[in-house]
Design a binder for this molecule. Structure first.
Ligand SMILES: Nc1ncnc2c1ncn2[C@@H]1O[C@H](COP(=O)(O)OP(=O)(O)OP(=O)(O)O)[C@@H](O)[C@H]1O
Ligand SMILES: [Mg+2]
Length: 211
């Protein structure tokens, strides 16, 4: 069967990734596409175990390089066990965060060299890159307010400073400028119907190209 389609959703804390993931799923399924939903870090038993370590708010300070390697360890398992096989079977794989998040958080946020991330990206993914990345972009304060309105206590990453999240946002926007053909940037500060009409337009464009 033809190779499927690899779609990732990116954005800072509270941007609406999880909310809109379900919307993406329903749009694709309504168009008759076979869809596989997954997330990072996670997506496999090993990945979810690493996610628990990475997000544990009680974890003693985690060295940035150790954090980066755990992200890619989870990703290696996810790519080999889930993403590549699903794409080979023709699935539309929809992933809540992927390597662009690593460039944003471990690169922009933590300040790790982009070259180091790029080396690991090639090692783990070969030439696998998303076909479409929807970046939900919004001011840090708005995202924090939305995330804060949820009940859960802040995880280890959510406890970072405002400056950290400003660097994350800037790094995401830089990635979008660097790869304009792959990225669709949606103004996520809008109300949900407006955000979703932007997402729907992006999906219709890629589905038209694929059909
Ligand atoms: N466009 C919107 N307008 C107002 N509220 C929204 C909008 N989109 C999402 N929300 C709400 O904001 C909160 C955060 O959304 P969501 O959990 O989808 O974000 P997320 O990007 O997955 O966050 P995280 O990075 O923490 O996983 C939720 O309570 C959601 O209902
Ligand atoms: Mg989420």
């Amino acid at each position: 069967m033809a190779r499927g389609f690899f779609l990732t959703l990116e954005g800072g804390e509270g941007a609406g990734k999880s909310t809109n993931l379900r919307f993406v799923q329903s749009c694709l399924e309504a168009a008759g596409k076979p869809v596989l939903m997954t997330r990072e870090p996670g997506g496999t038993a090993l990945g979810e175990a690493l996610r628990a370590v990475l997000l544990d708010a009680n974890q003693s300070p985690v060295d940035p390089l150790a954090e980066l390697l755990m992200m890619f360890a989870a990703r290696a398992q996810h790519v080999e066990d889930v993403i590549k096989p699903a794409l080979a079977e023709g699935y539309w794989v929809v992933c809540d965060r992927f390597t662009d998040a690593t460039y944003a958080y471990q690169g922009g946020g933590r300040g790790l060299p982009r070259d180091t991330i790029a080396t690991l990206e090639t090692m783990v993914q070969g030439d696998l890159r998303p076909d479409l990345t929807i970046l939900l972009d919004l001011p840090v304060a708005v995202g924090m307010q939305r995330a804060g309105a949820r009940d859960a206590a802040p995880d280890r990453i959510e406890q970072e400073s405002q400056d950290f999240f400003e660097r994350v946002r800037a790094a995401y926007r830089e990635r979008a400028q660097q790869f304009p053909q792959r990225y669709c940037v949606v103004d996520a500060s809008q109300d949900l119907p407006a955000v979703q009409s932007g997402i729907r337009a992006a999906l219709e464009t890629v589905m038209a190209k694929r059909s």
